[in-house]
Ligand binder design. Structure first.
Ligand code: S3P
Length: 169
């Protein structure tokens, strides 16, 4: 069986757009953890407001595990905090090839600052920059780091190039 591809990275790094394109090029299903959470549990904003971030992380972690232990190859993009616990890092590394979409803080911030659907994006630039820096050690557990400050197509093609190399080795 081919291993799934997991895309990780900060909010606004392009995981969903690049993931969708990568899946299309590979002709395999695309799954977005946030979409799956919203389908099952309602909006992420509401989950944060009514149940708190801790409960959101539990739901997120369960979904990551569920998607990755099923035996189908998928391209899976997970929320910016989904790769930031040792438990989730292990599940991902054991079951998939992980690509970190590396995007500068300024570019991520530009893309998320006006977005109403991300509860953490409302916390202000300074706070977000600290969060960004605190997550880098987790993201660096990925097998590959891909610079995502280029076109969606180029980024997706680079992911596929690296993925095909490991399949052969
Ligand atoms: C979060 C990122 C979001 C979403 C939630 C929390 C985070 O996903 O899971 O708002 O902690 O970084 P995206 O990275 O897709 O925006």
């Amino acid at each position: 069986m081919k291993k799934s591809i997991v895309l990780v990275g900060f909010m606004g790094s392009g995981k969903s757009t690049v993931g969708r394109r990568t899946a299309k090029l590979l002709n395999c299903p695309f799954i977005d953890s946030d979409n799956l959470i919203e389908e099952r549990c309602g909006s992420i904003n509401t989950i944060f407001e009514t149940q708190g971030e801790k409960q959101f992380r539990i739901i997120e972690s369960d979904i990551i595990k569920e998607v990755l232990i099923q035996k189908k190859m998928v391209v899976f993009s997970i929320g910016g905090g989904g790769f930031c616990s040792s438990r989730n890092v292990k599940i991902c590394l054991d079951n998939a090839v992980i690509f970190y979409l590396n995007c500068t803080f300024e570019n991520c911030y530009d893309r998320i600052r006006r977005n109403e659907n991300r509860p953490l994006a409302k916390k202000g630039k300074k706070w977000l920059m600290k969060l960004y820096n605190s997550r880098l050690p987790y993201y660096n557990n990925a097998a590959f780091t891909i610079d995502s400050d280029k076109s969606v197509n180029e980024t997706a093609k680079e992911i596929i190039l690296f993925y095909n190399r490991i399949k052969k080795s």
